[in-house]
Design a protein around this ligand. Structure first.
Ligand code: 13P
Length: 287
């Protein structure tokens, strides 16, 4: 059964670990993430960007696929399906389709507009028992057409958004979607610390989980991060494993072209990446 993300993240924040949000792209991705979470007994959040939502056919298709896999694979760990960087309109589309968790990303609006739109989404989501993530500052880089400048969040603005009743908050602290450039300045722990001081028990979200060194992840968790988003790293492991299979000519041997064989190395690679992340984030055994 799909659950809201609020409770699992409150538990994570209190227990000083983080739950992984792994973004999904198709059935292989979803199955790989669900099976790994079950194997390591970890709660998990399946992230769906608007682009991935469109790619998979739509939000109803994703809810149906995920619920079906949970039932057929006997998944008992808590699973939340979560809209990633949602627009106002898509927050409602996802809630109507059965998502129990949404991110309203109003960070590109003037702050007053971000506040008003977030307030409305929170009120409507709360009435449906759906969890809400909001964003202040911005995540650098690009993800599925969502481009951010990488502006550091203002802790006072974080408090104002937290006070609207959001369930967890993404704040720009120097994090970037995609691979980190060689000259990356690192996470701003000063900003994160100031945000946590003002937002108290609210679980904080670290986007751009791909490529952040382990020590930085651990420090971020110690300063209140309870959800870490990972997308690019699974795409890279899937692509590398698929490349090796084809470069070794395995698709040309026997029935190696069968999609169930062709996609198997990528599937296994995603599983390994997800397991590694859950171990680093400390959520193993916390289901
Ligand atoms: P990466 O693609 O850098 O892992 O970021 C994922 C993310 O933040 C999803 O919102």
């Amino acid at each position: 059964m799909l659950v809201a993300a609020k409770e699992m993240l409150q538990k994570a924040k209190a227990g000083h670990y983080a739950v992984a949000q792994i973004n999904i792209n198709n059935l292989e991705w979803t199955k790989a993430v669900l099976l790994t979470s079950q194997e390591v007994e970890s709660p998990v959040i399946l992230g769906v960007s608007e682009g991935a939502g469109k790619y998979m056919g739509g939000y109803n298709a994703i809810v149906g696929m995920t619920n079906g896999l949970i039932k057929d694979l006997g998944i008992t760990v808590p699973v939340a399906l979560h809209l990633d960087h949602g627009s106002f309109e898509h927050c409602y589309k996802c809630m109507d389709a059965g998502f129990m968790s949404i991110m309203f990303d109003g960070s590109h609006y003037p702050f007053a507009e971000n506040v008003e739109k977030t307030r409305k989404v929170v009120a409507d989501a709360m009435a449906r028992g759906v969890s809400v993530e909001a964003e202040v500052g911005s995540i650098g880089g690009e993800e599925d057409g969502v481009v951010g400048t990488g502006e550091l969040a203002d802790p006072q603005e974080c408090k104002a958004i937290a006070d609207l009743g959001v369930d967890f908050l993404a704040a720009g602290i120097g994090n970037i979607h995609g691979k980190y450039p060689d000259n990356w300045a690192g996470l701003s722990f000063e900003t994160l610390d100031a945000i946590q001081q003002l937002t108290g028990d609210l679980p904080l979200v670290l986007h751009g989980g791909t490529g952040i060194p382990i020590e930085m992840i651990q420090r971020a968790i110690s300063l209140g991060v309870a959800k870490i988003n990972v997308n690019t790293e699974c795409q890279l492991s899937f692509a590398a494993a698929t490349r090796s299979y084809i470069e070794a000519g395995k698709d040309l041997e026997g029935k190696g072209f069968d999609p169930r064989k062709l996609l198997a190395p990528g599937f296994t690679a995603i599983k390994a990446t997800v397991k590694e992340k859950m171990e680093i984030f400390g959520s193993v055994g916390k289901a």
